[in-house]
Design a protein around this ligand. Sequence first.
Ligand SMILES: NC(=O)C1=CN([C@@H]2O[C@H](COP(=O)(O)OP(=O)(O)OC[C@H]3O[C@@H](n4cnc5c(N)ncnc54)[C@H](O)[C@@H]3O)[C@@H](O)[C@H]2O)C=CC1
Ligand SMILES: O=C(O)[C@@H]1CCC=N1
Length: 270
Amino acid sequence: MRISFLGGGNMASALIGGMLERGFAAADIQVVELQEEGRKRLAERFGVRTVGAVDDALLDCDVLVLAVKPQQMKAALAPLAGRLARQVVVSIAAGLRLADIGRWLGGYARLVRVMPNTPALIGAGVSGLYADPSVDAAGRAATERVLAAVGSTAWIAEEAQMDAVTAVSGSGPAYVFHFIEALEAAGASLGFDAATARKLAIDTVLGAAKLAAGSDEAPGVLRERVTSKGGTTEAALASMQASGFFDTIVAAVKAAEVRGRELGEQLGRD
Ligand SMILES: NC(=O)C1=CN([C@@H]2O[C@H](COP(=O)(O)OP(=O)(O)OC[C@H]3O[C@@H](n4cnc5c(N)ncnc54)[C@H](O)[C@@H]3O)[C@@H](O)[C@H]2O)C=CC1
Ligand SMILES: O=C(O)[C@@H]1CCC=N1
């Protein structure tokens, strides 16, 4: 299977790195990237073919992943219009709706909308996938093969739900990193050196996530098991509750979902 990327930034790099780790061949991967520095970095890091503009070789692929920013998409698709025939086109852009992408491609429907996340780089991503009804089983399977190489996958029933996937798991790693930053800062302010504070924070999040992933019990039950009556955790959770921690997270995820829909509506007017 040959895979081409339009845009070779953060997310394309995370996907390519994960795919190579999972046995995809560098010779089967190509990237069109506008920035010369970006092209050099991709070629050196991954050994993939890079080009500065769309050419016929780039389009000779089974799956074409659209990995430019939503605001860059319309202009980036212009050189592709009318040149696609069999490729499954997979957009990972936040917000953008398949109908608009298809229109910008000059009328193309073999489209799948995917929302991955950056832990794909280490094979630990999670992606939501939604295919245009016209995409056949082979097209869906090809898309799933790419994303399954870099983590778990879930097909989503309605395209409108893709903005919620974006808000929960697409942006989600940033919320977790922010939590790690806060835990690390707390450790440092309690007197640990930077390296120790970071290790305690990261290993705690890693261990807790692994415990939750491997357990039949809900995260809330696991939380209760840490919380001794009259103990330290209870004091911390009471402080979190008083400052609205839980509701803050829920509101933040909802803000991301609203922003995804706004992006789709605004950019789709073009
Ligand atoms: N960063 C993340 O965690 C995630 C990002 N996404 C989506 O992935 C897409 C890419 O995001 P990032 O990788 O973070 O952005 P980025 O800015 O790192 O990468 C975009 C790349 O596309 C290149 N580019 C722009 N116009 C181009 C064109 N016409 N032809 C070729 N290359 C062009 C840019 O030079 C840049 O290197 C976005 O649509 C975003 O919504 C989806 C899931 C997670
Ligand atoms: O922040 C963004 O818009 C992209 C989509 C999900 C993660 N990063």
